[in-house]
Write a protein that binds this ligand. Structure first.
Ligand SMILES: [Zn+2]
Length: 195
């Protein structure tokens, strides 16, 4: 997430809780209320995710894997990448030992009716089942990108290892443990930034 995006979302998060002219004690209470509300909203999202399943849009095994594990909101982000696969054309460039390099040609829409062809290099280590794409979507936003999906499709990989499934977006119990902690970390980070 970009810094602006992050501060915007933090702003939205505190909106309605923090007013000018508050004392420190009031502010602490408001922080606490804001945190409780955030956790409540996320737990509701978890509950909804467990009770409503969004249908898969492809016969791709990895999409199914994320459907079973991720909250609905995050699964939708994964689906955007699955959908983007339609515009990706993958070719093998070379193989050295366990590492293969692929070129993925993607068509990115720049404005209405205009597309730009962009090449991405994807490295795939067969021994570690590890993917590295130049677009760095996974490193930046934690979402497995369409280019790495294109390599999976070519290599007929139907499930990803655990390292690509992030605990914070799981709809099962495992996620609850990280939820409260990460919310406190967010608040702490915000408080540090203010200082
Ligand atoms: Zn990529």
């Amino acid at each position: 997430m970009s810094i602006t995006k992050r501060s915007e979302s933090m702003h939205a998060f505190f909106e309605g809780f923090v007013h000018s002219g508050t004392t420190l004690k009031e502010l602490v209470n408001q922080f606490d209320n804001a945190l409780r509300n955030k956790v409540k909203v996320e737990v509701t999202a978890d509950f909804n995710s467990i009770n409503q399943t969004i249908p898969c849009i492809s016969p791709f095994g990895i999409e199914k894997q994320f459907q079973m594990i991720y909250t609905n909101a995050k699964f939708k982000e994964v689906q955007e990448e699955v959908l983007g696969l339609i515009l990706c054309n993958c070719t093998l460039v070379n193989t050295k030992g366990y590492v293969s390099t692929f070129d993925v040609l993607d068509q990115i829409s720049i404005d209405e009716g205009h597309v730009k062809n962009v090449h991405y290099s994807v490295y795939y280590n067969e021994e570690e089942c590890e993917f590295k794409c130049m677009c760095a979507l996974f490193e930046m936003r934690g979402i497995f990108c369409r280019h790495a999906f294109a390599v999976c499709r070519m290599k007929k990989i139907n499930a990803l290892p655990e390292k690509y499934i992030l605990d914070r977006w799981r709809k099962d119990l495992k996620r609850r443990y990280t939820l409260v902690k990460s919310s406190y970390d967010d608040l702490q980070g915000n408080a540090d930034a203010r200082r």
